[in-house]
Design a protein around this ligand. Structure first.
Ligand SMILES: [Zn+2]
Length: 615
């Protein structure tokens, strides 16, 4: 029996980034070169039991890894030995003292051979880049080269403070002696804020080099002194900033880290700017917008099909007038989406040609008409950028796209259906208290519901009015009329009503309690019975009915909620309607938590109690 090893996989594992899920969960055929029991303390980690170090080869290179303890038995039982061919099915990467530690979580034995396959060599981290092809760029990424006229190179520029500079991609909290050479691609206003602890100001910039981008923030005096110094489009040497985990909520920059610029940060303008990219995009197609959450940001490139005149609208919330202009964008995915420009951008917009290609960075996803887009303060818009995606779109539109018809995203449930959880988003999960605080900020003028994902336990179900008699055709309420049931809408007399749930129930989690409203699908899920069956029990035996209500409690579900402000009888409050109720799938929940541990978020250590979020 001969085996085909997955050549190149060792290199990929050694250079993997946390979001390469397919690499961590893929099936990789490798050969065991050696196995060694290591002490209970290794590489600074305290290990509770015996651990094995394993050397795995892909036939060209080999890599060291640790076996997860649940696999120890395979070694003890001698199923896993030297030269065994294995299929690695799950692995994770941890960083310990700046070194990558690969842990094999699951593997399957494919067979045993009696010699080494190929002449594998060790992955030497410093030479691996040169000796093997560089890892592929993620799809859809491209960079815009600066135009030659951008900034003239000056030979008199000062050398970087510390000799060589560091790639942005390589920045992490684990090292502090770095200097980056990067272009400012975006700079915010100097913003004022006030918190319980006082007033302050801050601003942030996005730095970019050939390898990536990172956001940097400065506060108060530092912000005041750096604000005039940093200019959009210019290149700087930056050092002595503090690298922290990024607060992704506030940022659309593709980096798990961000820089905090404190008093000792050093920033110097650089006049040699050759080859530094201007803007780095990570495009999604207009069709893929349905997979993104409302209020997330994304990059798109599309053809401008049409655009409206400038309109003035008056915000009901602030009573201020705003100018807006709607652009209609289309792309090869066959979708058409509306994008809103505001203020000066709306007023000054002028297409370069009849149907230009327009690239947007960091535009916000809305749910108007299913999916819509809007420019926000940090978004950028570029017409006809000189990048491959732009030329491809141009070619497509001029040859066939201009005659094509396009569909828009619809509000119908169908657009959610494909996303597995049905619009429920585990990464957006909010505890009840956080959700409540956020929902309370919904302005009174807001007519569209705001969606939230949460996980909570059903604590109490209101027993009276749990269902209403409905018409099986139109679901409208029907009335009993002299022994017969009538639907006014359908103008029909029915043999009997079909009951539909209309439920009000209390849920709670570790942060608080809330009342949710749910319709038929909610009742079907929590009772695992139809409303007809439950009403039949209720009418027949009140005790059994109460038992049924009690039994449906103390179960946890994932919920997708529509929160909406409701002024009823002068009683202004937020109503939480259940859009989706999903019984917990514990394997899925565990897998999601495990995935979280593989990300840099999972690798951070709690420095003090103040780092903990307490509700
Ligand atoms: Zn009807």
């Amino acid at each position: 029996m001969s085996y085909q090893l997955d050549t190149g996989i060792c290199h990929r594992i050694q250079n993997a980034t946390p979001n390469e899920g397919e690499l961590f969960n893929g099936s990789h055929t490798l050969q065991v070169l050696s196995l060694k029991k290591v002490g209970k303390q290794t590489e600074g980690v305290n290990l509770p039991s015996d651990r094995y170090r394993i050397v795995l080869s892909d036939g060209v290179q080999f890599i060291q890894a640790m076996l997860a303890t649940q696999l120890n038995e395979m070694v003890v039982d001698k199923h896993l030995t030297r030269f065994t061919i294995v299929c690695v099915e799950r692995l994770s990467c941890n960083y310990v003292q700046e070194k990558r530690l690969v842990i094999i979580m699951a593997l399957r034995i494919l067979g045993q051979v009696d010699q080494k396959i190929g002449e594998p060599v060790s992955i030497d981290v410093s030479t691996s880049e040169a000796s093997t092809p560089a890892p592929e760029r993620p799809p859809h990424q491209s960079v815009v080269q600066p135009s030659t006229s951008s900034i003239t190179a000056q030979s008199a520029s000062r050398p970087p403070p510390k000799g060589n500079w560091h790639p942005i991609e390589g920045l992490s909290p684990y090292q502090n002696n770095w200097t980056i050479k990067a272009r400012v691609t975006q700079k915010s206003e100097l913003k004022h804020y006030s918190t319980q602890r006082g007033e302050g100001k801050l601003f942030n910039v996005t730095f970019m080099d050939e390898t990536g981008e990172i956001r940097a923030t400065a506060f108060n005096q530092v912000a005041e002194s750096l604000y005039p110094k940093l200019e959009e489009g210019k290149v700087y040497y930056v050092s002595k900033g503090k690298v922290n985990l990024a607060k992704k909520k506030f940022s659309n920059v593709m980096n798990d880290f961000e820089i905090s610029l404190e008093k000792n940060a050093e920033i110097e303008e650089c006049f040699e700017t050759t080859n530094l990219p201007m803007i780095k995009y990570s495009f999604v197609t207009l069709g893929e917008l349905q997979n993104l959450n409302k209020d997330s940001t994304c990059d798109v490139i599309a053809i401008l099909k049409e655009y409206s005149d400038v309109n003035e609208i008056t915000s009901r919330a602030t009573n201020r007038t705003m100018k807006k202009r709607e652009l209609t964008l289309v792309d090869k995915s066959g979708f058409s989406v509306r994008l809103t420009l505001w203020g000066n951008q709306a007023e000054n917009f002028k297409p370069d040609e009849p149907n230009p290609v327009v690239a947007f960075k960091g535009v916000k996803v809305g749910d108007f008409g299913g999916r819509s887009l809007g420019m926000i303060a940090s978004s950028t818009m570029t017409q006809n950028p000189d990048i491959p995606e732009s030329h491809a779109l141009r070619g497509w539109f001029d040859s066939s796209g201009s005659g094509a018809s396009f569909q828009s995203h619809s509000n119908a449930g169908g657009s959610f259906g494909a996303a597995g959880g049905g619009g429920f988003s585990r990464s957006e999960l909010k505890p009840l208290l956080e959700m409540k605080l956020e929902a309370n900020r919904i302005p009174e003028s807001e007519e569209k519901p705001v969606y939230f994902s949460t996980r909570a336990m059903v604590m109490h179900i209101r027993g009276e009015n749990i269902a209403y008699p409905a018409c099986e055709t139109c679901n409208k309420k029907v009335v009993e009329d002299g022994g017969a049931w009538r639907c006014d809408k359908c103008d029909k007399t029915l043999a009997g009503p079909t009951y539909r749930y209309i439920m009000s129930f209390a849920v709670s989690d570790h942060t608080g309690q809330l009342w949710f409203q749910g319709f038929n699908d909610v009742g079907d899920t929590v009772f695992e019975k139809t409303a007809n069956e439950v009403i039949e029990i209720k009418d027949r035996d009140e005790t059994q009915y109460n038992l049924l209500l009690a039994k449906a409690c103390c179960k946890s579900y994932n919920f997708l909620l529509r929160a909406k402000r409701d002024s009823y009888n002068d009683n202004n409050r937020i109503r939480y309607g259940v859009s989706r109720i999903l019984p917990l799938n514990y394997k899925e929940e565990c897998d999601a938590l495990l995935d979280l541990m593989d990300t840099p978020w999972g690798q951070q250590t709690l420095k003090s109690e103040s780092d903990m979020v307490v509700y």
